[in-house]
Design a protein around this ligand. Structure first.
Ligand SMILES: [Zn+2]
Length: 343
């Protein structure tokens, strides 16, 4: 339900999208950016709720994700204010069937779903970031660290964990708040000979990853050793933690755990595999909206997680294109896969 004082946040189109990208983000939203003349940082607006958010756009402007590389120093160098319009555009284009708009009122800025449900994007006046050990955050914080797209494999100092901070309120709204709700949105997909159960949009994205990898594997069959799925949807907590794993929502798949490295069990950190893991695999997943856990300080190299809004944002900031095209939707059930050992 919209409040009368709500103000819609216009969505920033992707000025760097591929010209032929027939996505809502590129074809519908991109022209909006051309009309933008006001460039006011979101943080300034957040401190002044009465500001007309219709003029609040792409904040500090385009930034290169490499600007968040470790040479900038401590972890807070990675925690940058996000331009709300870019976040809004990526959320809408990633989840067009669920996300209607972003609005702001005296109580905060909200991701408004088509059901009318509101998910906290940011509290008013809050310009500091959530502590890095609190992984259930508002949506703005969940999108704040810029995920480095392959071939970028930056160092991963303490606090570097793009995508590891999540808005569980958003995940529950998108995929279901309990096991039964999540199960209704699952489907199964064959991935190089094994069945994986995932939320329907993630499963479709995984099918596209498979399509990208088929010709690559045909040329180099040794890559198959990395492509054994070991865990899709399962309602459980993260190993050693009290919060739910993203596997609970059917958005993550683990590959080849016997070959992979996990920060809790590894003897070295950073782990050489964070650099050596086959780029062709990581890139195929990233192209379809998945982030890779090998790019976190608390690395999990088996873990691929469907977070298309983060890939959208990274691609926009790096000027290499736009978002994957799929959107989550409900319905269907599929078999569960076995428990994975980490995320
Ligand atoms: Zn995992």
């Amino acid at each position: 339900m919209s409040h009368v004082s709500d103000r819609d946040v216009p969505t920033a189109g992707c000025t760097t999208c591929r010209p032929n990208a027939a996505t809502p983000f590129a074809s519908v939203l991109a022209p909006l950016l051309a009309a933008i003349v006001a460039m006011t940082p979101f943080a300034a607006h957040a401190a002044q709720p009465d500001t007309d958010i219709g003029t609040v756009m792409a904040g500090p402007g385009r930034q290169d994700a490499r600007a968040f590389s470790p040479e900038r120093g401590p972890a807070d160098a990675f925690l940058q204010d996000s331009p709300v319009s870019l976040d809004a555009g990526c959320l809408q284009s990633s989840y067009p069937d669920q996300v209607e708009k972003i609005t702001t009122d005296a109580e905060g800025t909200w991701v408004v779903l088509r059901t009318g449900q509101r998910i906290l994007y940011a509290s008013p006046g809050v310009q500091t970031v959530t502590a890095v050990d609190d992984h259930d955050v508002d949506v703005r914080t969940s999108m704040r660290q810029i995920y480095p797209l392959d071939p970028d494999r930056p160092d991963t100092p303490v606090g570097f964990e793009p995508g590891r901070l999540r808005s569980y309120a958003l995940l529950r709204a998108l995929y279901g708040g309990d096991p039964a709700q999540v199960r209704r949105g699952l489907t199964s997909v064959d991935f190089f000979g094994s069945s994986v159960s995932m939320a329907r949009p993630a499963a479709r994205a995984l099918e596209r990853v498979r399509g990208r990898l088929f010709p690559v594997v045909a040329k180099d069959v040794s890559l198959l050793e990395w492509l054994h799925p070991a865990g899709g949807q399962i309602w459980r907590k993260i190993a050693g933690e009290s919060r739910l794993s993203p596997h609970s929502f059917g958005i993550a798949v683990d590959l080849a755990p016997d070959r992979s490295a996990y920060w809790r069990w590894a003897k070295v950190s950073p782990h050489p595999q964070q650099r050596s893991y086959p780029e062709v695999i990581v890139s195929a997943f990233e192209e379809e909206g998945f982030i890779w856990g090998g790019k976190w300080h608390e690395f999990d190299t088996m873990h691929f997680e469907y977070r298309p809004e983060l890939i959208c944002k990274a691609r926009h900031l790096q000027g290499v294109g736009t978002t994957p095209e799929e959107s989550p939707e409900a319905g269907g059930e599929g078999p569960r896969t076995k428990l994975s050992t980490s995320f």
